[in-house]
Design a protein around this ligand. Structure first.
Ligand code: PMP
Length: 400
C-alpha cells in the first residue's frame, strides 16, 4: 500500500466537511490537486505569464519553452513517437469532438461504440451520424458490465469506419481489452479512438503498443487542473486530416485569398491555449511518476477490493461491474434511492457521486436510473474505505 502520508500533499484533504475529516471518494468525477501542481500553476502566473510562440521578449520565450517542455513530458508519459502527436485540448470531451468533426464519413458507414461509453463518447458520434448519414452501432455488455466479445466480433465489418471505445468505464470500473479490440477493428480498416479519461490516473499508457489512431484524456482526472486535456493522434492522420477550428496559431500563411495550415500539433490548436494548464498537467504527471503507476495501480486495486468485500455484506446491496474493476465501484441498495443514500453519507463526511454518471444508455441497459459510486485515487486509504462502509451501512439502516 502507498503511505497514508501522501494525503498531506493535497491541501484540500485537510479540510473538514460537516465537522468531520473529508473522505473524498468522487475521484472519477475529478481528482484533488497536489501542492506540486498548485505550485506549478502559481509559478506560471508569478514568473512566466505571457502569450506563447510568437513573442520575442524574455517572458514570451520562457513561457513557450515551458509549454513545449510540458508537451514533451506528456508525449513521453504516453510513449508517443513525437511531441507533435500531442494536441492540447480542454479535456476528453473536446478531443472526441475534434476527431468526430474531422473524420469524413458518409451514408452506409458505421460507427461502433460500446454500452459502457460516457455521453461524451456517444453524443459527438451521434452528431456525426446525423450529419453524414452514418449509422451508430452499439457493442452490448453482460450482467457484470463486461463487453460481449463475440457480439463485438460479429458487429465488425468493412462498413465499420470508427471504433470509439472507453478503456475504463467511469460508471462500473470495467477495464476493456482495448489492445485486442483495437487490433480486431484495425483488421477491418476502422479508425480507432480510445477514451482514456478513466485510464490515465490508474495505469500506464503506451500509445505505440495500443495500436489505436487517437486517444483522449482530461487533465483534471489525473491531479491536474480543469480546462486542460490531451488528444494524442497518429502523426500521419493529423497531417492528412483537415483542420478543425480556424484562428491564430493553426496557420502558416493567411491572405484574403486563402490560408495554408500549420503542421500538427499547432494545426489543431487555434487561439491562445491554456498555457498554465499544460504546464500544471506536466507537473501532475511528474508527481504521479515519482510515486509510480504500478504502485498506484496496486494500491487502488487493494482499496477497491476491500470496499467491494465490505459493502457486499449489506443486505439488499448489488455491486455493478466485474470483480477486477478499477477506479470506480458502483452499487445500489434495494428500496433505497441513490440520491438519498449519497445525501446521508455526505452528512457523515463521505463524498461519493450518485446518478447516471453521464452513462444513461448503460443505466437503461440495467433498468436503473442511477447508482451510488465510490471512486478511488492514490491518496485514499483503508481508513477511507472503513468510513465509506460504516456510513453506507448506517444510511442503509436509516433509509430501509
Ligand atoms: N470519458 C469518461 C470515461 C469520463 O469519465 C469522462 C468524465 N467523467 C469523460 C469522458 C469526459 O471528461 P471531461 O468532462 O473532462 O471532458
Amino acid at each position: 500500500m502507498l503511505p497514508a502520508s501522501l494525503k498531506s500533499d493535497f491541501p484540500i484533504l485537510g479540510e473538514t466537511v460537516n465537522g468531520r475529516p473529508l473522505v473524498y471518494l468522487d475521484n472519477a468525477a475529478t481528482s484533488q490537486k497536489p501542492r506540486a501542481v498548485l505550485d506549478a500553476s502559481r509559478h506560471y502566473y508569478e514568473a512566466l505569464n505571457s502569450n506563447i510562440h510568437r513573442g520575442t521578449h524574455f517572458l514570451a520565450r520562457a513561457a513557450t519553452v515551458a509549454h513545449e517542455a510540458a508537451r514533451e513530458t506528456i508525449a513521453s508519459h504516453i510513449h508517443a513517437n513525437s511531441p507533435d502527436e500531442v494536441i492540447f485540448t480542454s479535456g476528453a470531451t473536446d478531443g472526441v469532438n475534434l476527431v468526430s468533426d474531422i473524420l469524413p464519413l458518409s451514408v452506409g458507414d458505421e460507427i461502433l461504440i460500446s454500452t459502457l461509453e460516457h455521453h461524451s463518447n456517444i453524443v459527438p458520434w451521434q452528431m456525426l451520424a446525423e450529419r453524414s448519414g452514418a449509422k451508430m452501432v452499439m457493442i452490448p455488455c453482460d450482467e457484470n458490465g463486461v463487453l460481449d466479445q463475440s457480439a463485438f466480433a460479429n458487429l465488425l465489418s468493412d462498413k465499420t469506419k470508427v471504433l470509439a471505445l472507453t478503456w475504463v468505464s467511469n460508471a462500473f470500473g470495467t477495464v476493456n481489452p482495448v489492445r485486442e479490440m483495437t487490433a480486431a477493428a484495425k483488421k477491418h480498416g476502422a479508425t480507432v479512438l480510445i477514451d482514456a479519461a478513466q485510464a490515465i490516473p490508474h495505469m500506464a499508457i503506451d500509445v505505440r503498443e495500443l495500436g489505436a489512431d487517437f486517444l483522449v484524456f482530461s487533465g483534471h482526472k489525473v491531479y491536474a487542473p480543469t480546462g486542460i486535456g490531451v488528444l494524442w493522434g497518429r502523426l500521419d492522420l493529423l497531417k492528412s486530416l483537415p483542420p478543425w477550428k480556424g484562428g491564430g496559431e493553426m496557420i502558416k500563411q493567411v491572405t484574403f485569398e486563402g490560408t495554408t495550415y500549420n503542421d500538427p500539433p499547432f494545426k489543431y490548436e487555434a487561439g491562445t491555449p491554456n498555457i498554465e494548464g499544460a504546464i500544471a498537467l506536466a507537473a501532475a504527471l511528474d508527481y504521479v511518476n515519482a510515486i509510480g503507476l504500478d504502485a498506484i495501480h496496486d494500491h487502488e486495486r487493494k482499496l477497491i477490493a476491500a470496499a467491494a468485500e465490505a459493502l457486499s455484506e449489506i443486505p439488499g446491496i448489488r455491486l455493478y461491474g466485474p470483480p477486477d474493476r478499477i477506479g470506480a465501484l458502483s452499487f445500489a441498495i434495494e428500496g433505497v434511492h441513490h440520491y438519498d443514500l449519497g445525501t446521508l453519507i455526505d452528512q457523515m463526511g463521505v463524498a461519493v457521486r450518485t446518478g447516471h454518471h453521464c452513462c444513461q444508455p448503460l443505466m437503461a441497459r440495467f433498468g436503473i436510473t442511477g447508482t451510488t459510486r465510490a471512486s478511488f485515487a492514490l491518496y485514499n486509504t483503508m481508513e477511507d474505505i472503513e468510513a465509506l462502509t460504516t456510513a453506507v451501512k448506517k444510511a442503509a439502516t436509516m433509509l430501509s
